[in-house]
Design a protein around this ligand. Structure first.
Ligand SMILES: Nc1ncnc2c1ncn2[C@@H]1O[C@H](COP(=O)(O)OP(=O)(O)OP(=O)(O)O)[C@@H](O)[C@H]1O
Length: 596
């Protein structure tokens, strides 16, 4: 399509290059007094044909170019999104996601504009320039005059060589700062509620303002350089016109070439000025687009760190045991491992409970099971197969992972729950919601399951959001279910309802429950207690309680906390009596209660 566009435009420009010649011949005939009616008509018709042919060809070429540009834009955006979904978490942990908006919007647009406008103009300008020079050479214009007129134009390649890299560098800086501003805007928009509750709007404005000023400052630097470059090119054109008038006038005065030749020469130089100016614009644009293209190319050629190994096989997670053996893992650039020498076995259909302090590595283990990060070779096996030998699709398809803070999309509750398969029956959605103890809430919403959630599901409370995310995990009905602190935001009564329901529904399917509350894991077939990435205790609830270690003391603290809720407050801390005592005594008692 592009070649056709180039050919059509080239033909249009070749035709256009005839018009100074027609006018030159007309001037000569007029000067010789040979103008007849038929010559006037013939010249007019020729000019009309040139105008119409050029207009049509230019229009067709333009249309093809724009179609091509838009197609490029759509395809590259799709490819970028595909690449975005292929890249692993490690990449985003390092580079962030905010900049992607700027890649998908501003970089792609910059290249599209160059395809539609820039390259199109370049083609135009090149052909117009070449044909005009050929046409000039084929007239009676003396050769040395032609050379003298074109000489100032020969400075252009040097200008391009000098300014090109500078413009490209500055454009790159501009695009980088736009990406930074987009990332900052994305973060500030996402965090606006935190900003407001902390009443730090002024600080947020200043931070965003800094990124805006950086963009402006870099854009101004780019504009200064490109303006200088663009003004240098017409200057070269004007110089060549000056040469034409002085030197050409002298030649014409001496009768060395005709008046018509002189008219044609000046007209040709005027015609040439347009492509010259366009060269400037286009080269500018091309440099800017090249900076964007470099960025997009480096993104598109980025190899995902986690991907299917060669000869990867589909793994069956149903009825398959899980073996973890000697698993040690450190995050990239982390000083110490997040997990150390983890080994355990879980039979198919069993429930595993994992407890441990915050930062002890529980979520890391879940991420390794899903290969969000790549575990070392042969340290995690499902049904005897190293998960690194499995295809990502079959592995992740066979596991439902419910994180603590599940992201909800701005869609209906039904679509959020049926995320894994929108074609599933409505009853399945209702069942999943029931199991996650959220159906009661959903039924009270204005449109029930068809209630559209606000941006990121903010119309729901924290606990409702968590249970909707849990319902999404349960709906998937995968052979393996991982609940990563997924019921932490619900009250104790609802939590026990959910856990009981899970026990019933998933009695024959593997379930991994990561939790801080003992009540969520105590029914598990195996419970692991993690501390600083190591398993420090393992066994069933009864075994661990009998052991009298960390698990037992965690249980004691939690049960004591529950008990104390049922007990009356110490004497004097309630009712009017409290006011009668000294502040010191009240503070002491408050501390005692807090300690308990
Ligand atoms: N992407 C990451 N890059 C580097 N370090 C990380 C990353 N994610 C987690 N860590 C670190 O790894 C350790 C284990 O984190 P992990 O999220 O597994 O803990 P956790 O037991 O799930 O904690 P919590 O109970 O608070 O959810 C922590 O020290 C944490 O700071």
């Amino acid at each position: 399509m592009y070649m056709v566009a180039v050919a059509v435009m080239a033909a249009g420009n070749m035709i256009y290059a005839f018009y100074p010649r027609v006018l030159g011949d007309f001037t000569d005939t007029m000067k010789q007094g040979g103008l007849t009616k038929s010559i006037v008509i013939s010249c007019s018709v020729q000019l009309l044909v040139i105008g119409v042919a050029y207009g049509v060809m230019f229009g067709v070429g333009q249309l093809l170019n724009h179609r091509l540009g838009r197609r490029f834009e759509a395809e590259i955006r799709e490819r970028l999104f595909t690449q975005f979904t292929r890249l692993s978490e490690a990449y985003f942990a390092k580079h962030g996601v905010g900049k992607w908006l700027s890649y998908v919007l501003s970089d792609v647009t910059s290249i599209r504009e160059t395809i539609c406008g820039g390259i199109n103009q370049l083609t135009n300008a090149t052909f117009l320039f070449i044909t005009s020079v050929i046409m000039m050479a084929s007239t009676d214009i003396p050769f040395q005059l032609l050379l003298a007129c074109i000489a100032p134009l020969l400075t252009i390649p040097f200008l391009v060589i000098y300014f090109g890299p500078v413009i490209r560098r500055r454009s790159h800086e501009v695009q980088e700062s736009i990406a930074g501003m987009t990332a900052s805007a994305e973060e500030q928009f996402g965090g606006v509620r935190v900003t407001k509750t902390f009443a730090v709007e002024e600080i947020a404005r200043r931070r965003f303002g800094e990124s805006v000023s950086r963009v402006q400052e870099r854009q101004l630097r780019l504009v200064r350089t490109s303006s200088l470059f663009q003004s240098a090119i017409p200057l070269a054109g004007a110089l060549s016109l000056v040469v034409a008038i002085t030197y050409g006038g002298y030649f014409a005065g001496q009768g060395k070439f005709s008046l018509g030749g002189f008219v044609a020469l000046t007209l040709y130089l005027r015609v040439i000025m347009t492509p010259l100016q366009q060269f400037g614009n286009v080269i500018n644009r091309l440099q800017q687009a090249r900076a964007s293209l470099d960025r997009l190319n480096s993104l598109l050629t980025e190899t995902p760190e986690v991907r299917d190994a060669e000869g990867a096989v589909d793994i069956a997670t149903a009825d398959a045991g899980l073996t973890v053996e000697g698993l040690t893992f450190a995050y990239p650039e982390a000083r110490r491992p997040a997990l150390q020498e983890l080994s355990f076995t879980l039979q198919a259909g069993q429930t595993l409970g994992i407890v441990g302090r915050t930062g002890s590595g529980k979520t890391t283990l879940a991420k390794l099971l899903l290969r969000v990060y790549e575990p070392p070779q042969n340290t995690i096996r499902i049904g005897g197969i190293d998960i690194r030998e499995a295809t990502l699709g079959s592995l992740r398809g066979g596991i439902a992972y419910v994180p603590q803070d599940g992201f909800l999309f701005s869609e209906t509750i039904r679509d959020n729950i049926a995320f894994a398969d929108r074609s599933g029956a409505r009853e399945r959605v209702h069942e999943a919601a029931q199991s996650a103890a959220i159906s009661g809430n959903i039924e009270t919403f204005p449109d029930g399951y068809d209630t559209k959630l606000g941006e990121r599901g903010l119309t729901l409370s924290g606990g409702q959001r968590q249970r909707t995310s849990l319902a999404r995990g349960l709906y998937k009905a995968a052979p393996v279910l991982i609940l990563d602190d997924s019921v932490s935001a619900v009250d104790a009564v609802t939590e026990s309802r959910i856990i009981e329901q899970l026990q019933r529904e998933r009695s024959k399917r593997t379930t991994i429950i990561i939790a801080h509350r003992i009540s969520a894991v105590k029914h598990a077939d195996l419970i692991l207690v993690l501390e600083e990435g190591r398993i420090i205790e393992r066994g069933t609830h009864e075994e661990l309680v009998a052991l009298g270690g960390h698990y037992a003391s965690l249980r004691a603290i939690q049960e004591e906390g529950t008990d104390s809720m049922d007990q009356p407050l110490p004497d004097g801390l309630e009712g009017g009596a409290a006011y009668e005592r000294t502040e010191e005594a009240v503070a002491d008692e408050r501390q005692t209660v807090q300690r308990r």
